[in-house]
Every structure is written in structure tokens, then in C-alpha cells.
Design a protein around this ligand. Sequence first.
Ligand SMILES: Nc1nc2c(ncn2[C@@H]2O[C@H](COP(=O)(O)OP(=O)(O)OP(=O)(O)O)[C@@H](O)[C@H]2O)c(=O)[nH]1
Ligand SMILES: [Mg+2]
Length: 631
Amino acid sequence: MILGTAGHVDHGKTALVKALTGVDTDRLAEEKRRGITIDLGFAPLDLGEAGVLGVVDVPGHEAFVRNMLAGATGVDLVLLVVAADEGVMPQTREHLAILDLLGVRGGVIALTKVDLVDDDWLALVRDDVAALVAGTPLQGAPMVTTSVVSGRGLEELRDTLARAVRALPARDAGDLFRLPIDRAFSVRGTGTVVTGTVWSGQLERDAAVRILPAGGAARVRNIESHGASVSAAMPGTRAAIALAGVGVSELGRGSVLVSDDAWTATSTLLADVALLADAPRALGPRTTVRFHLGTVEVGARVVVPGGALAPGARKHARVVLDAPIVARAGDRFVLRSASPLATIGGGMVADPSPPQRRPRPWSSDAATPAQRLAHVLEQAGPLGVTVASLPVRVGAHPDQVAQLVAAAQDARRVGDVLYAGAQVASLEARFLSAVDEHHAAFPLDPGAPLQSVRTRTTTNPGLADLIVATLVRDEKVDVSAGVVMRHGWSPTLDQHARTTLDGIARVLEAADREPPSVDELAQQFGSDALPVLKVLERQGRVVQVAPDRYYAAASLARMETELRSAMADGQERSPSELRDVLGVSRKFLIPLLEYADRTGLTVRRASGRVIGSRTPTDLRVSADGEGIRLS
Ligand SMILES: Nc1nc2c(ncn2[C@@H]2O[C@H](COP(=O)(O)OP(=O)(O)OP(=O)(O)O)[C@@H](O)[C@H]2O)c(=O)[nH]1
Ligand SMILES: [Mg+2]
């Protein structure tokens, strides 16, 4: 667990940490000389059975609030320090506002320097502080009076902290590992070392890690916690991690150490943003503010629908960052203005990496992972979102994501990609209307080419597969031989087509063994001739023998019978003998013989043909009387 200090400059934070831990966290020469804390200090606080707390001591001076922010983020518990002689001061208020914005869940209040005041004064300060924290996460927090000079209250403070620690929920080691770096330096003999608070997950020695936003890769060489070598960095602890494969110049405060691929750097995020009621002015879309998340600080603009964000207001916004950072849904951040230098607001990340095209802020709640999942799916549109990215996108433990995905009624999954149900439904509608359009435009066609309907619907093959499979299952369409048709569709023949169909059928039947070619039929019957031939073919009434020639099925069957009886002796027959059998001219004979070879009726030998092994064609009039089917 991590304990962070907070409070106005000179109120005794560092002295109290030293009295509790024995460690003087003011290590810089300038800190010693000026007697104030400038940068973060770290010390372990052994609370016996309650475990070892990692203490982060922050500066109180108004010039170093940015350092305080880097330390206050990711703490489990806060120790708010108010000097009894001075009482509530500006950075007491500002730090408290920051803790509130960061969502710190609880803490303990220390009234320090009680050796300098009398009891009446102390009672007044106590009331002031109680009034100050009302309505904040520290409302009702235990208040302990201390003095590092007399030693008063120090044991009580330890006990109070131990009780507060026991009340905290443990952080989950199974979550994705993330450590916002607060220091990076080089140690002779060890190489590059980074330190920070493990926000979530755990990291083992020898693990492969990435440093974001730069993206460099490294290997964990060694891990220390509170000065001792450990096999794994655990969530909610301070860790010093020695890295192989990366130089100290590539790192620094604001970089983030991660191990899972789901983490990405982002320059735009969607968020819930609140402006403090005492912010000096409304926040317009072109105003650059300082954005603090984890240990990073970047310039940012906050774009809310309908103009500016007024003091005291909370809205869904798009946050455009000057430089990429690492963020997870649910992360808290703080906004500060450059002039006047002040904390003006903050918020919570709703979507850390919305789609590239200008994402629109959400209009409804984004407080829970389930709500965020619904929004993320909606934003993703036809591209969908990978399930692997969701622990970061919606800010949930991977196990919880698996449950959310399984429970998401209105989502459809293809492999690792998840789509909004409504999105898939609208693509299904698009698919069906493409099929309908084809049927309307080509009423004699059996259906539309499946591939072209697929590509008209979506360029995503996995999604197209899902849509086809669903529509077939739901008996909306049928697919056969690369053609898709509405379920139960049969080509519709209008009066003209029906007349053409009857005419062509009659002509082919009458022409018997020497039927006209397709071109000749088109000259006689018009452009419907070919589609009508296709309909007749599907009905089994005609058979395509050559590319440009169809035969009446009955004629073909008669010829087959004649060939079989003429060739029953198994002897080879020359083409001219077969011509005499069939009684057709040479022009018709060759395509007919090729057709017979192709279908296995005959087999070609060196100087002639023999009858093949194919079973005789069974000719039957179909039940509906529509025509003759070959079966
Ligand atoms: N009399 C008295 N003096 C104290 C006590 N605690 C701290 N001081 C003194 O107050 C001064 C400031 O103490 P620090 O601990 O450095 O204060 P701080 O809150 O860490 O200050 P910053 O980190 O700069 O914000 C020092 O001179 C301390 O010796 C106390 O309990 N009694
Ligand atoms: Mg200090």
C-alpha cells in the first residue's frame, strides 16, 4: 500500500515522515539549503502486522504542485498534514482538491506542531479542518495531533494508519501491469533503473517490458522494493526496476513501464471533465491547460460540445493532448492553468483511444466498464474493437472483460473482434437490400454473385462471414454455388418472359437434333433469350451442350438412348458411324460427341468411341409439370 503526504509548505510533512520512518526524504542539496521539499521523497513505513507502507512525501510549496501531483497519483491512502500553529492554508486547500479529483479514497489527518499552540487554539484549528474536509474523501477521517519535538501523537498516528490500511481493499495482482515512472537514473554496475508505484498487475524478473509513449523495449534485470531485492513487483508497492536494453536518456518522469500489448500511447481521449467551482474562468476549446495523469504532465485542450466549460460544471469532453501519453479508462487526471498557476479541475478518462476520425464526446454515462464497453462498440462502428484491447479501453481487469463480453447482449464477436449488435444489424440490412436490388434488376437470375454482395456490405471478411452465416441460419437468404438469393426466391417471369420461355422451349423441341444457336435465338426472341435459357436449364428442360448451343432435354435423351443401343456391343465407332446413328450434320456432330465424352456417356479411343460406364440418364416429368428434370 502507498501512503502519500499532502499539505501546505513547511507544515511538517517531511519531519513527520522522518519521525515515523527514520528516513530523511529531503535528499537534494537545494532542499537542505532552502529547508523545503522540492521533489518527491520515498521511505518505507513498517506498521508491523499491517505490513510495510510505501510513503511518498510530496512538496507543499505552491511552485512544486506539479511534483506533488506526480506523487499523489496512485496512492491508496493520504496523510493530510496541517500545522496547528498556522491552520488551513492555500496549498492545504489545493492539495485536498487534487486528492478529491484523483479519487483518493481515504486517509488520516495529522495536526502537527502541537507543541507550539495551546488547547483553545488547537480546538479552533480542529474545527476549521473538520469544516474544510466536509464533502471531500477525507470527511470524517481520523484526526491525530502530533509533535515531532515532544513525540506526542506519533504512536497514535501509527496505530491509526495501521487501522486505515487494514480497511483498504487489496489491489489485484492479476490485472495488467503498469508502473508510471517517477524517477530514472543510471547506477554504476547495474545500468538503467526506474522507480515508481506499481499501479496494477505484477512484474517478474526477466520479463519483457515496453516503455511508453516512446515505445522502446527492455528486459527486467532486477527488482527492488524498499531497498531489498524481490522476485516480483507487486501492485500498490514502490519498486525500483533495473532494465536491460534501454538508456536512461530514453526514460524519465511521465514515461510508463508496461508489459501487456493492450497498452498504447494516445494523443486524444474522451473524458468526463469537471471545472472546479472556484476556477477563475470558463475553459474554452482553444485554451491550453496542463494535463496531469500519473506522473506525466502535458499541454492539453478540452473540447466540450457547445463551447466552454463553466466553473462548477461537469461535461463529457474530448481532450486533445500536445504529446502522446498512456491512459486507461477510469484513470483520474487533474487540470491546471498556467496563469494564474492554479488547479482548475480534472476528471476521469472514458475512452483512452477513441477512433482516429474526430471522436465525438459521449452523451451519456461512462462510469462503469459495462457502460464504457457499449460506447466503445458504438464508436468502433464497422471496424469493431479487439477484445484484447478492452482491458485498457474500458478500464477493467481481463477477467472482468471476459465476463462483460460474454454478457454483452447487444454485441457480436468474430474471432478476437467485437462489434456492436446494432452495427451488425445495419450491415445485415445492407446485405439483404443488395440481394433484393439484384433480384429486382435481374428477375430471371437465380440470385446475386455472393462475392460482390459481400464486398458491397463490408470490406471486413470476418464480419461478412458472420453476416452470411447468420442470414442463412435465420433463413433470410440461401447460398449455392457462389450465388446468394432471398430464401425461397424463384425467378419471376413476367408475361413477356413467359411468352419468350414458351417460344424458345417450343423452338428447341421442334428443332430437335439441330437446334438454333444462342445468337440465333436472341435474334428471334430478343435480349431475354439467354436469361430465359438459364431458367429453362434450371427447370431441367434444356441442356447446354456447347457454349453457344442448348438442346431440348428430351431430344438429348433420345439421342442418348440411340447411342446406347447402337454401341451396346462395346465396339469402337468412328465419328462418321456415329453421325449416321444420330442423323446430324458434321457441324452439330462434333459438339455433341465432345459433350458425350465430357459427361462420360462415351469414351474416346484412338480411332473412335466406345460407350462409357455412366448410368443411363433417367428422364422424368417433374411433379409440378413445369418441365423435365434430369436426376
Ligand atoms: N516545533 C515544531 N516544529 C516542527 C514540527 N514539525 C516540523 N517542524 C519544523 O517545521 C519546519 C518545516 O518542516 P518540514 O517537515 O520540512 O515541512 P514540510 O511540510 O515537509 O515542508 P515542505 O515539504 O517544503 O512543504 C522545519 O523547520 C521543522 O523542523 C513540530 O512538530 N514542532
Ligand atoms: Mg517536506
